[in-house]
Ligand binder design. Sequence first.
Ligand SMILES: [Zn+2]
Length: 431
Amino acid sequence: MRFWCRVSFIGVLLLGQACTEAPPTARNVILLSVDTLRADRLGCYGYGRPTSPQIDGIAARGVRFERAFAGSSWTLPTHMSMLTGLPPGQHRVNGRKNELSPQIPTMAEILGRAGFRTHAVTCDGFVGTGWGLERGFGVYDARLRSVSQVLDAGRSFIAGLADDERYFLFLHTYSVHSPYNPKKASRTKFVRHPEDHFKGARTRPLFNASKLTQRQIGYLSDLYDATISESDAAIGEFFAWLEERGALRDTVFILVSDHGEEFGEHGRLGHGKNLYVETLRVPLIIVAPGFEPAVVEGRTALSDLMPTSLELLGVDGPEVSGQSLLAPMRSAEELPEREMLGILELKDKGRSLLRDRYHLVVGNGDERALFDLAADPEEKSPLADPAVLQRMSESMKRLFERAEVGPSKEAVRLSPEVIERLRALGYENDS
Ligand SMILES: [Zn+2]
C-alpha cells in the first residue's frame, strides 16, 4: 500500500491519522459555481418550496456543508477566493481595478503544472478575464449564455478528453442572477401573485428596495425561485450525464455559489452592497469518490475549496489560509469554530466578522450591528450586548491587521466592452 500524506497546515495537524488512511482516489475535479444562489432557497438547506429537487438529490449523494460563507458579497473577490485558497483580505482582488498578484498561484496554475487539462466555461462579467481568474487555464471561455449552454460546453470538453487525461473543469453561470427572467412554466409554478408584476420586473437588473412595495419585492423573490428551479433541472441533467458515463467514480463534483441575494431583508435588493447573512451564506456540496453522504455543521469558507480539491487529487499546493475539508468529510467530525471576515470594497464599504455564534456587521460610516446567529439566524434583531460588541470589534481589528498583509494592489484598466457587459448585469461603474 502506498501511504499518502501531504504536508500542509491541516496535514501537519493530522499527520498521525492521515498518513495511515487510504490515498485519495479522485483523478479530476469539476467546480460548478451557480452565481448568486442563496443556500436557504434550496430544499436541502430547509427551504419549503420545491425549487431544487435535483440539487437536493446531489446533496443526498455527497457531503453538504451546512454553514459555508463567502468572504464578500460580490462576484470577483469570492471567485478569486475559490481559485486561490485565500480570503479577499489576502488575495486583495477586492475592487474592480485590482489584479491578482503574480506571486499568488491559482488552482488552475498548480494543476496545470501537475499535468492536468484546465478548462473554464464562464458567463463573463466579473468571472471574465483581466483580474487573474483566467490564470493557468488552458482554455478560459468567458461569454454570457444560458446554464444549459454552459453545461453543454462542459459535456463537450469532457467527451473530448483522452482516457488518461486528468482535468480541472470550472463552470460558472449567472442563471439565477438578476434580471430574473424565468420561462412561463416556472413562473406559473412559483409566482404566487402574478398581478404584482410591474414594469421592468423581469428585465431590469437590480432595484432600489425603497422604491418598491413589499408585494413587488415578493414578486421578484418568486421570480428568483423560478430561476433556481430552471437551473436545478439543467444541473440535474448534467449530473445524471456524468453518472451515466461513470465519471463520478474518479471525479470530484463541487457545487457552490459565490454569494447570496437580498430581498429587502436589510433594506436593499441584489448583492454587493451589504454583508448580512442572506448575502454571505452559500450552498456548498461536494460529491467525491470514496466519501459517504454526510452533513458537516462547522463553518466553512470559499477559500477552503482549493486546498480541499488539491488534497482530494493528491496534488501538493502552497500553504494558504483556507483549510482542507477532508477530515470532516471523511468522518463527519465537527469542524472547529473559525473566525471569518467579510470584506466589501465597492462604493459601499463594509466589513463583517463571524466568530462563535456572533456576526458583527460594520457598514459604511462605521455603523455596527451585532447578531446572535444561533438565536436569530436571519439577523432580524440586532443584539444590544456592549461586552460582546467590544470583544467582537477588537477581534475584527486584530484580524484585519493580520489579514491585510497580502501583495500590493495592481491596477486593471477595464475596456469599454467589459464595462458595458458589467452594466448589463447591473453593476454601475462606481469604483
Ligand atoms: Zn456573483
